[in-house]
Design a protein around this ligand. Structure first.
Ligand code: CP
Length: 306
């Protein structure tokens, strides 16, 4: 029996494979009918200490489609953090006003800390370079929807594999699905060993590349990522790698028929706009899937869907 009621989601590994698949199943139900008003009378807090377009607005959209109320802030500048309030005090206070807290914070580990002090469940909407588990769920949903399965796929992850938190969560999750990983990055932005260990522990293979063109004919999914400028301690290091990979439409000649291009967005230069009209481009539909997956997660955590 799968029961996610009152369970925080901080790292994607907090949920088992079966629990992840359950959330994806519920998301299908919301895709068929997003306007299920099951959240009437519930208050959800959305605390964003770091910029966001998709994550914040798709959570808000999810809550509003379901008839719930949303409170919160979109920037630390408009919270009492600016007056010196601690994260602990903020979380304890907001626990008084809401049934569930969604939080994005620039500090690695802040979401886990929040879940240890909160009186209500916490959903991690991104903590520094660490984890982005709800992006991971919508990435899995998008892969399953476009490929018909999550099992036995060749997935290419391209760009900033060091600081990209969406990549860290996705590698951990895909390690549950017999994935073959193709890791494309500059030397300085390779996937951290602490994440690679999930691939090794699952007995799976990964291959590392510095050239994007080497993986295009092999991949079922190409997952492009932005180089995370805001996480670099040295701006000069960012300048060296900022345009390391730019996917152009002509490069997709010879790719598999079932290939789909994903990107968590925002993009800067990684995908040329001439790719947008290619039927293999899926990144804006991927962002739309975020609404259904976040509806499913909120409903499951509040015990409104099983
Ligand atoms: N994918 C993602 O996290 O986008 P935002 O930063 O716009 O929320």
């Amino acid at each position: 029996m799968i029961n996610l009621k009152n369970r925080s989601l901080i790292s994607i590994t907090d949920y088992s494979k079966e629990e992840i698949l359950k959330v994806l199943d519920i998301a299908k139900d919301f895709e068929a009918d997003p306007r299920q008003r099951i959240l009437t009378g519930h208050v959800i807090a959305s605390l964003f200490f770091e910029p966001s377009t998709r994550t914040r607005l798709s959570f808000e959209s999810a809550v509003q489609y379901m008839g719930g109320s949303i409170i919160g802030f979109a920037s630390a500048d408009t919270s009492s953090q600016r007056k010196g309030e601690s994260l602990k005090d903020t979380i304890l206070t907001v626990s008084n006003y809401s049934d569930l807290i969604i939080m994005r914070n620039p500090m690695d580990g802040s979401a886990r800390f929040a879940s240890e002090v909160a009186k209500v469940p916490i959903i991690n909407a991104g903590d520094g370079a660490n984890q982005h588990p709800t992006q991971c769920l919508l990435d899995l949903y998008s892969i399953q929807k476009t490929q018909g399965t999550l099992d036995n796929l060749h997935i290419a992850l391209v760009g900033d594999l060091k600081y990209g938190r969406t990549v860290h969560s996705l590698v951990q999750a895909l390690s549950m699905f017999n994935t073959t990983f193709h890791l494309v990055s500059p030397e300085s932005l390779k996937l951290p060993s602490a994440v690679k260990i999930y691939i090794k522990n699952a007995g799976l293979e990964y291959y590392q590349y510095t050239e994007l063109s080497d993986v295009i004919p092999k991949a079922d999914i190409i997952y492009m990522t932005r180089v995370q400028q805001e996480r670099f301690p040295d701006p000069l290091e960012y300048e060296k790698v900022k345009n390391a990979y730019i996917l152009e439409n002509s490069m997709l000649d010879g790719s598999k028929e079932n290939l789909r291009i994903l990107h968590p967005l925002p993009r800067v230069n990684e995908i040329s706009e001439d790719v947008d009209d290619n039927p293999k481009a899926y990144y804006f539909q991927q962002a739309r899937n975020g609404v259904y997956v976040r509806q499913a997660l909120i409903a499951a955590i509040l015990g409104l869907k099983e």
